[in-house]
Ligand binder design. Sequence first.
Ligand code: APR
Ligand code: PHB
Length: 389
Amino acid sequence: MRTQVCIIGGGPSGLLLSQLLHRRGIDTVVLERKTKAYVLGRIRAGILETGMMALMREAGVSDRLDKESYVHDGTVISFEDEQFGINFKALIGKTVAVYGQTEVTRDLYEAREAMDGKIVFNVEGVQIHGADSDAPFVTYSADGTEQRIDCDFVAGCDGFHGVSRQAMPLTVRREYEKIYPFGWLGILSETPPVHEELIYASSRRGFALCSMRNENLSRYYIQCSLSESPSDWTDAAFWEELRRRIPTEAAENLITGPSIEKSIAPLRSFVTEPMRWGRLFLCGDAAHIVPPTGAKGLNTAASDIHYLYHGMVQHYLDGDSEGLDRYSEKALARVWKAERFSWWMTSLLHRFPDQSEFDLKMQRAEIDFLRSNHAAQVAMAENYVGLPY
Ligand code: APR
Ligand code: PHB
């Protein structure tokens, strides 16, 4: 088989790239290790930046997003017993949208199927060959037979545990990583959200986040230790702990119910450089991970796809390689800023096991500054709604 761009990974990055390229007449094949049901079973963050919304529109997959997403003008920050709002709209005239990543992925699959996009599920043993040559190809097995796809380019959209990043030799690749000494225990419950906006809460007992998917589906998280497992937490224990970490008024209004999903995610910051090697391009979680504080994961994947998509269009339609040549540089410049913001929000709002009294004073001073300083609020708003591409 031959294609122009072989895309490894059928998560949001791979699907969005495939859909955008297809609409400009550029042929792709997507290779996905799991089944569609498995991919759609994953629950991830639910905040979309304006840039991500614009890309979904450009990809022709915004019908449901435009109808069903909720516009959020701002967010609430709570620190011990004080709360304040950061109103993005009033500060900088921009907003974010609440729409689950699972729904983004579902819409992309539907669009790909409607256009007869080539997606191969359940692939095994994917290998990238000749990425630094003029004739790269990808091999894999599906239904017990060996397959080969010759292509012009390979897009590594296969997430943090994929093979694409590993295909770049260690002599050209450098990795930067920070592991945080805690995780997030998250639950999804069919209950109305406790507040119309998200509440990011830092308490003496640790961080908590009140988020949502729709008017009868809420997503809540509490900071937990890495040695805990979801089965250590009954629903009742989770709700009790959440109540103790969020503002009193929210705790009083909280409507609880059975959890329909409960899981723990560790927190990590990670970047690999460069994001291109020859004809192989890394996108999304394959190249970088952010801790979820600030919801930058999907949105940063989207900015990679923006740069790669435009680079590919410039290459195929105008015969100009500038966009592809500068892909890594442009993508990384924005990635590092999203990394900084996610690290900053994480550091500001969590309790660290080895935190000194001095460290706590620094967190409090930073919060006081944010609450009272217009420029600090503008900086937070600009980062939260998404820096320009
Ligand atoms: N071969 C084929 N497919 C693979 C392989 C492989 N060797 N390894 C992984 N995959 C698939 C996974 O099964 C998954 O469906 O690649 C896909 C990668 O999807 P994601 O992990 O969702 O990564 P990405 O598409 O970059 O999306 C970024 O996901 O976690 C969030 O925070 C992140 O929200 C951001 C988004
Ligand atoms: C979520 O809704 O799952 C969510 C929202 C905001 C975050 C992280 C997760 O910062």
